[in-house]
Ligand binder design. Structure first.
Ligand SMILES: *[C@@H]1O[C@H](CO)[C@@H](O)[C@H](O)[C@H]1NC(C)=O
Ligand SMILES: *[C@@H]1O[C@H](CO)[C@@H](O)[C@H](O)[C@H]1NC(C)=O
Ligand SMILES: *[C@@H]1O[C@H](CO)[C@@H](O)[C@H](O)[C@H]1NC(C)=O
Ligand SMILES: *[C@@H]1O[C@H](CO)[C@@H](O)[C@H](O)[C@H]1NC(C)=O
Ligand SMILES: *[C@@H]1O[C@H](CO)[C@@H](O)[C@H](O)[C@H]1NC(C)=O
Ligand SMILES: *[C@@H]1O[C@H](CO)[C@@H](O)[C@H](O)[C@H]1NC(C)=O
Ligand SMILES: *[C@@H]1O[C@H](CO)[C@@H](O)[C@H](O)[C@H]1NC(C)=O
Length: 483
């Protein structure tokens, strides 16, 4: 029993070595921009931070201790130097060093020496704070990105405190001791605080959804498929990138192939998307039964050379007007195989295989089957980015109709094929028009993509892009920092 469970687990662990269908590669340019944006953001929020209360004891001539507490400590001014951040392959993460941070604080102090209570206000300046933090990136069982603190090191240069108020004699002789004490307490306190911040970030990451419903039919799985990969020049995240039908959640009968996203240090990031992602969406729609439609005569434009009326079908199926005169017809068009996208250098191909079933509609509304055709068609398209929109064009490479069943006797399909081609071209012209106008690149709340380039490669498409943090959303990147 145990053995078979182990065997099943082993089987699962083997099959879970799946290839990521989406890869995100962050370059050093992106890391530096992110750090810069983060520093500005921290600089801004620091002004609203109230530090935790702080208490300690200073021994007084080895006899008594003075208990002191600092409360309501606010940051008055903070000169936050830009830290240095680098990819740190040793710990699969980042190393961030902050050097020369200075902070001006103010708050209230109080001391207790036995029954003597004393209090007042203080101003404090903390100079030359250095912090070095190394974090490790990982992946949890649910496919979330995880971040943990590997090491942290903090030094404080020196601390100046000036106390006001109170009957000074209680602490006046011991200000030097307070300073030393406060300095070492701050030094000791920095790393736990940094770890707490990283812990908060980790909680956010754990709470994030790794799967999103994109519409009523499909959900997109973006769980990490493997541990993040970090080298000196980039961070690479491999995501599952698979669409599922919400209804069936069926696995498609094909797998993601491995691919390598080229690293382009001139852009902040590269995003590679395998044709598997697109095909899993098509498969999801297909298994959900989306690829089917019913064409009625009223949908056909007046000037079109074909009308769904048996009396007018003579040019295509000579016997039909005699067998069923004067009846309207319906065409049921559906996919018989899931449509397949394939990415090739600078071209995207789509193959569609389907069927058309034709019915005559009797006066009593009964549908009488007439014939069934199989459809094989291929389209090719080009996609590119112009400004902030994705543009494209599409053209038809092939369309063949074959008679696969008939209740009205056999007939040649050439003429129908010709008219179907005209019909598809008309639809494509509309699609072309829409693609020519372009579809805007997705915009996030706080950032947008700029300088984007799209390249179609064998089996995948890659987007090279920069990101611009929006300055009208609460923080700007290029203001001079207050000193
Ligand atoms: C902080 O770092 C700077 C530059 O790396 C160095 O000169 C300074 O001595 C450091 N301060 C402390 C308190 O270690
Ligand atoms: C996460 O997904 C669940 C279920 O799909 C949804 O209810 C929830 O709102 C999502 N949370 C976020 C933060 O998007
Ligand atoms: C880092 O990894 C990327 C792929 O993830 C690769 O393209 C690049 O050449 C690597 N850089 C170095 C310096 O090894
Ligand atoms: C079908 O076409 C014939 C010939 O033009 C016309 O007489 C007939 O009314 C049409 N039938 C329908 C239902 O429109
Ligand atoms: C048409 O698409 C199918 C995939 O559905 C592909 O196998 C075939 O090679 C394509 N044919 C042409 C002519 O592009
Ligand atoms: C509808 O009309 C057709 C042809 O006249 C006939 O064969 C069929 O039995 C009728 N169906 C119903 C339900 O009346
Ligand atoms: C769509 O546009 C492309 C390029 O502009 C063109 O080659 C193609 O024939 C057009 N297709 C249709 C159906 O209009």
């Amino acid at each position: 029993m145990l053995l078979s469970v182990a065997a099943v687990l082993l089987l699962f662990s083997c099959t879970s070595g799946e290839n990521p269908a989406i890869q995100v590669l962050l370059t050093n340019k992106g890391l530096q921009y992110g750090k810069h944006a983060g520093t500005d953001w921290i600089q801004r929020i620091l002004e609203f931070v109230t530090l935790p209360d702080f208490s300690g004891q200073v021994p007084l001539i080895h006899l008594f201790n003075i208990d002191f507490t600092l409360t309501g400590t606010k940051i008055k001014k903070c000169d936050l130097p830009e830290p240095s951040t680098e990819f740190y392959p040793d710990s699969t993460g980042f190393k961030t060093s902050l050097s020369g941070l200075s902070v001006a604080l103010s708050g209230q102090w109080s001391t207790d020496l036995r029954a003597w209570h004393d209090s007042g206000t203080f101003d404090m300046a903390v100079f030359g704070v250095n912090v070095t933090s190394v974090v490790k990136l990982g992946k949890d069982a649910g496919g979330h990105l995880s971040v943990t603190s590997v090491s942290c090191d903090a030094q404080v240069g020196h601390v100046d405190v000036s106390f006001r108020g109170g009957t000074r004699w209680t602490f006046w002789p011991f200000v030097k001791k307070f300073r030393r004490m406060i300095r070492s307490q701050i030094e000791i306190g920095i790393c736990p605080y940094v770890k707490q911040l990283i812990g908060n970030l980790e909680q956010h990451l754990q709470a994030m959804n790794v799967s999103f419903d994109v519409d009523q039919a499909l959900t997109l799985d973006l769980a990490l498929t493997s541990l993040p990969v970090v080298n000196v020049s980039s961070l690479n995240l491999g995501l599952k990138g698979e669409f599922y039908s919400i209804k069936t959640h069926a696995e498609p009968p094909f797998e993601a192939q491995s691919f390598t996203v080229p690293e382009q240090q001139g852009y902040m990031f590269s995003l590679g998307l395998s044709d598997f992602t697109v095909n899993s969406a098509l498969y999801g729609y297909y298994s959900d039964g989306v690829f089917q439609t019913c064409i009625t005569d009223s949908m056909i434009p007046p000037g079109f050379p074909l009308h769904l009326n048996t009396s007018l079908m003579g040019p295509y199926i000579p016997q039909l007007p005699k067998m069923f005169p004067g009846l309207l017809m319906n065409l049921h068009v559906y996919a018989t195989e899931f449509p397949v996208f394939s990415f090739h250098p600078d071209a995207v191909n789509l193959g569609f295989q389907g069927a058309v079933e034709a019915f005559a509609i009797q006066p009593n509304a009964t549908r009488t089957p007439l014939f069934k055709l199989s459809v094989v068609s291929n389209f090719s398209s080009k996609v590119w980015i112009a400004g902030e929109t994705v543009k494209g064009s599409v053209s038809m490479d092939k369309l063949t109709l074959t008679l696969v069943g008939s209740d009205v006797g056999t007939f040649k399909t050439d003429a129908l094929e010709e008219v179907a081609r005209i019909g598809v071209e008309m639809v494509l012209a509309k699609v072309n028009e829409t693609l020519g106008e372009g579809i805007p690149l997705p915009r996030m709340i706080y950032a947008q993509l700029v300088n984007s380039v799209l390249k179609v490669q064998e089996g995948f498409v890659v987007l090279f892009s920069d990101v611009e943090v929006l300055t009208d959303r609460g923080f700007s990147l290029h203001t001079n920092r207050a000193v």
